[in-house]
Ligand binder design. Structure first.
Ligand SMILES: Cc1cc2nc3c(=O)[nH]c(=O)nc-3n(C[C@H](O)[C@H](O)[C@H](O)COP(=O)(O)OP(=O)(O)OC[C@H]3O[C@@H](n4cnc5c(N)ncnc54)[C@H](O)[C@@H]3O)c2cc1C
Length: 610
């Protein structure tokens, strides 16, 4: 079961050095005294080397030595603790949400090396992400005492973090959860009781302690999500002097056997079986109406996890594509369709249909990466820029693009990894090649951090109408002005025209849904998943064309030097954009027609007839 980590960083360098305004990010006060754009080359080379040499050799350890439960303790592959420590000790660990940390690289660059790490060992990326973002929440909302107890060891990676929302009765609808919190004499301390399921990294032996962020309802608080609070519940109690005390009555009762991610322990946790589980409250107790802050706080962590989920989808499917491409260049099978009866046998990459599959993967990956990094760029701007206009524009894009990153990238990951298997033929279906694992690992991404249906409702139900629709109007106007500006482009004018048509089709679909909302509210949830996909294809169409316009200029400058690797890179990006515009973006049209047809047979069919 080889983990064949084939990965390159030319795309990431293009994005930061050539496409996005990298100088602007490095000139922000937060970063300017530590790094400049000149350091990017070194950072991306070193981190890719680390991914290849340190993480990738352990990438399959979760498959060969899956997590297991021994006397209530989860054991993970031995190599994980070592590599987790190396990452933390070398500045690639969980301290990136630490406000006090100096000399951090921009989030955009961090997400680029996280992409490499996720391809090499996805489980460790999750462990670091969960720890960083749970520590980030403690930093934002914890009392000083709570921060002093937990933050230093979480930021150093000595302790790990988790997020505990899900229960058997409270999955997508978290508000139905039953976990309870009971006040004690100390207003910050509560007794916790309840059961959480499916908790990622919920138990392991990589760190000395695990800090669970647990959603629970204080006795008497309001029902639903309004009434839940967030608690910091360590696996081992931490004494006043910082030493570890006894177990905090948190029990690992079951370990899930999953399709993928076998090195990541997904567990069921019981809190307070013996009435001894204590947790620190984050923020304020519920107010007199029983309203609490937990869900809003948890959303900060969820938003970060939505981005990382998209990133993981990109990374897994890029890895699958890279392997499938190598295989297609090596395996000889059959003769060319156009070759005649005496034609020689050829490699897979010479067949038209294999090229179709490769191009589908390449162009979709380019589009996914453009959307992901544009959004990470905007996150740096919103967090650290002093320019209010820039911040406002970036904030609008973040609001709308975050559900797209989560859902479009994760849905596509499942499809693209399936295409990678198809390229291998029967060998792809066997565990002897890495693409089967890629497909298995990708499926969960459309389910956690809010299923992709929930992402689509966030887009259509919330983001479309935020600020009375003004934010979405600004987002749409960007696409319209892009198509107007470039409509006469000599090289890519036709593709710009396709985008302009898709824009019009999208607009009429949106008007239709909005105008029918009163008479037929079910249309929105019935079609929102497809609307999200249309929205992503439309926006990605613009981003990928924007890259292609730039690459055309670069090709012009290189034309006398046709063997230059950059020439192939830029030509690849132009053809990739053409493919995306001609073969994928027109789906916006088709979907617009489908939605405006407003078929409701899925609702009319009697349940018994299914
Ligand atoms: C490997 C793994 C790791 C996980 N890690 C964590 C973790 O670390 N922490 C944590 O708290 N949870 C975690 N989860 C839980 C995960 O977030 C939930 O599985 C997810 O939120 C979906 O909840 P559910 O499984 O109960 O599905 P359900 O909510 O029952 O949903 C089932 C299906 O019904 C659809 N559906 C549900 N409600 C509606 C509705 N109102 N309208 C239309 N469709 C609807 C959903 O979109 C979905 O397709 C993990 C799960 C897995 C499998």
């Amino acid at each position: 079961m080889p983990s064949n980590f084939i990965y390159d960083n030319r795309e990431q360098k293009f994005i930061i050095n050539e496409w996005l305004d990298g100088e602007k990010i490095f000139s922000l006060d937060k970063f300017k005294d530590y790094y400049s754009l000149d350091d990017v080359e070194m950072i991306l080379n070193q981190s890719l080397k680390l991914a290849k040499e340190v993480l990738a050799p352990t990438g399959d350890d979760g498959e060969t030595q899956p997590c297991h439960l021994v006397d209530g303790q989860v054991i993970v592959p031995k190599s994980f603790a070592r590599v987790y420590r190396i990452l933390n000790e070398n500045g690639f660990g969980s301290n990136y949400t630490d406000e006090k940390a100096e000399g951090l690289v921009p989030g955009l660059i961090r997400s680029m090396y996280t992409e490499f790490f996720a391809g090499a060992n996805i489980v460790l990326v999750m462990a670091i992400g969960l720890t960083a973002s749970s520590a980030g929440l403690i930093q934002s909302y914890g009392d000083k005492k709570i921060k002093d107890i937990f933050l230093p060891k979480m930021f150093s990676g000595e302790w790990a973090g988790t997020m505990c929302l899900t229960e058997t009765g409270g999955g997508s609808d978290v508000g139905d959860m039953l976990s309870k919190a009971y006040p004690t004499d100390n207003p910050l301390l509560y007794k916790i009781k309840g059961t959480k399921i499916f908790i990622s990294q919920g138990d392991h032996d990589m760190t000395d302690n695990i800090v669970h962020l647990v959603l629970a309802r204080v006795e008497g608080a309001a029902p639903g999500t309004k009434g839940v609070s967030l608690f910091v519940v360590p696996k081992y109690w931490v004494n006043e002097d910082g030493s570890l005390g006894k177990k905090n009555d948190v029990t690992t009762v079951a370990l899930e056997h999953k399709l993928g991610w076998k090195g990541s322990a997904t567990v069921m946790l019981n809190f307070g079986d013996d009435g001894e589980c204590r947790g620190w409250l984050l923020g304020n107790p519920p107010n007199e109406k029983g309203e609490a802050q937990g869900m809003a706080q948890m959303f900060e962590m969820i938003n970060e996890s939505r981005m990382i989920t998209g990133l993981e989808g990109l990374s897994i499917s890029q890895l699958a594509y890279n392997n499938a491409l190598q295989y297609a260049k090596e395996r000889v099978q059959g003769r060319k369709f156009t070759g005649g009866k005496d034609a020689p046998r050829v490699r897979l990459i010479e067949h038209e249909d294999v090229r179709r599959m490769l191009m589908l993967q390449k162009s979709t990956l380019d589009a996914m990466r453009a959307l992901l990094y544009k959004t990470y760029y905007d996150l740096d701007v919103v967090a650290y820029s002093n320019d209010n206009d820039d911040k406002r524009a970036a904030k609008i894009r973040i609001e709308i693009n975050t559900p797209l990153v989560k859902a479009y990238l994760s849905d596509r990951a499942w499809e693209l990894t399936a295409e990678a298997i198809q390229i291998y033929g029967g060998y792809g279906y066997s565990e002897d090649y890495p693409v089967a694992k890629c497909a298995r690992d990708s499926k969960i991404l459309s389910i956690w951090e809010g299923t992709n249906f929930i992402q689509s409702l966030d887009l259509v139900g919330r983001k479309w109408s935020m600020e009375k629709g003004e934010m979405f109007a600004v987002w749409m106007a960007d696409i319209q002005s892009f198509t107007e500006k470039h409509k006469d482009d000599v090289k890519l004018g036709r593709e710009i025209g396709i985008l302009a048509d898709a824009y019009q089709a999208y607009k009429s679909m949106r008007e239709f849904i909005i105008s029918n909302l009163r008479q037929n509210p079910s249309l929105m949830p019935l079609y929102s998943t497809r609307i999200l996909h249309m929205t992503a294809m439309l926006y990605c169409g613009m981003l990928i064309l924007d890259q292609a316009l730039l690459c055309e200029k670069k090709i012009g400058r290189l034309s006398s030097d046709t063997d230059n690797p950059d020439n192939f890179f830029y030509r690849g990006k132009v053809e990739s954009a053409r493919y995306y515009l001609h073969n994928i973006v027109p789906e916006v049209h088709t979907l617009s027609n489908i939605i405006r047809d407003a078929d409701i047979s899925a609702l009319n069919i009697p349940e018994e007839a299914f």
